[in-house]
Design a binder for this molecule. Structure first.
Ligand code: HPA
Ligand code: ZN
Length: 346
């Protein structure tokens, strides 16, 4: 039995930082820091339309999802070689380790790269090598989830899947990301059915900017196991009941929601409401290089702004393991680790 509720409030920030956690919503291309963008641009002889790291960072003022995506895809244009993909993922995994992330399920966007003539093999092998090295050298387990870009066609998603199948053992599932409004989940029903038949795990971004209807169709037509973001679900009481009853996890990204103006202030974020409604909510960083923080920064700023308590911190960390795609025995091991960290704090 955990005694986390006895933790003194002044020790909460230290506990948030120290508690072991899983990250389930991180776009690896969104972990590309301006310094690495410039280093890779130079290494690969790629021109980027910014004079300095500072100028690039100043461009990170977003009004909505699309204004971010335009810069995010431009940043990814410096990635050409397998070593570039390795270096990007390794830098993320080192940061994850520093934040006591013990398990990460990492999104990648192959179409952003194959459209520029980079081979699928180059992308997958570079990222996968970093995941193997993280397990061996950092003790961080990591797995890849291939995302289809929803602003492109379902036919292009099928082509991407075909290109990826020779590397089937190097990714655990598929997701759906990019511009949400106007590209509902049902546009990808056939390709998700095929991925399901292949035994891949299924997730999709839904209810970030889009309506609760997109969360319903992600569940009922795509048959996803988790919803990425999903914060708009609170507008639909029947959907909230469905998510709670079926224990469908939401991979919530508070600093992303703040930077993309989904909520006007972090204090207005609905993560507490989602937890109070019994939903399996988790905290994640989404695109940490662009949104001003990795995992612990998301936890620290969200708790400071919303007044969430120590019991909710424990619940969020436990949810992250429960909602992950790791084997039950590994989940147990990680939750035991979490309980040990509680015991060390109270
Ligand atoms: N939403 C949709 N697509 C994305 C995101 C996001 O938050 N980050 C990277 N691609
Ligand atoms: Zn995302």
């Amino acid at each position: 039995m955990t005694t986390i509720s006895t933790l003194s409030p002044d020790r909460l920030p230290a506990f948030l930082a120290a508690m072991p956690k899983a990250e389930l919503h991180i776009h690896i291309e969104g972990s590309l820091e301006p310094e690495l963008i410039f280093a890779l641009a130079q290494r690969n002889g790629v021109q980027i339309p910014y004079a300095s790291v500072e100028e690039l960072r100043r461009a990170y003022a977003f009004s909505n999802l699309q204004s971010f995506l335009d810069i995010y895809y431009a940043g990814a244009s410096v990635l050409l070689k397998e070593q570039d993909f390795f270096d990007m993922a390794w830098a993320y995994l080192l940061r994850a380790k520093a934040d006591n992330v013990v398990h990460a399920e990492i999104f990648f966007d192959p179409q952003t790269h194959t459209a520029r003539g980079v081979a699928m093999e180059t992308v997958v092998n570079g990222l996968h090598r970093a995941c193997l090295q993280a397990e061996a050298e950092l003790g961080v387990s990591a797995a890849l989830i291939l995302c289809f870009l929803r602003h492109l066609s379902e036919e292009e998603a099928f082509e991407t899947l075909e290109q990826a199948l020779p590397f089937r053992d190097k990714f655990i599932g598929v997701g759906l990301d990019s511009s949400e409004v106007g590209h509902p989940p049902e546009k990808f029903a056939k390709v998700f059915a095929r991925c399901r038949a292949l035994g891949l795990h299924l997730v999709a971004h839904a209810g970030e900017e889009g309506p609760p209807a997109y969360v319903w169709t992600a569940l009922d037509l795509l048959k996803v196991e988790r919803i990425d973001h999903g914060v708009q679900s609170s507008k639909d009481p029947a959907l909230m009941r469905r998510l709670a009853q079926d224990k469908i996890a939401l991979t919530v990204c508070p600093l992303s929601n703040l930077k993309l103006c989904v909520f006007p202030k972090l204090a207005d974020h609905n993560i507490g409401l989602l937890l109070d409604a019994g939903l399996v909510a988790t905290v994640n960083s989404d695109d940490p290089a662009y949104f001003g923080g990795y995992m612990n920064e998301n936890f620290l700023q969200t708790f400071a702004a919303t007044g969430l308590n120590a019991a909710q911190a424990y619940q969020l960390a436990k949810n992250s393991f429960d909602a992950s795609f790791i084997a039950a025995s590994h989940k147990r091991k990680y939750i035991d680790l979490l309980d040990a960290s509680v015991a060390a704090f109270v």
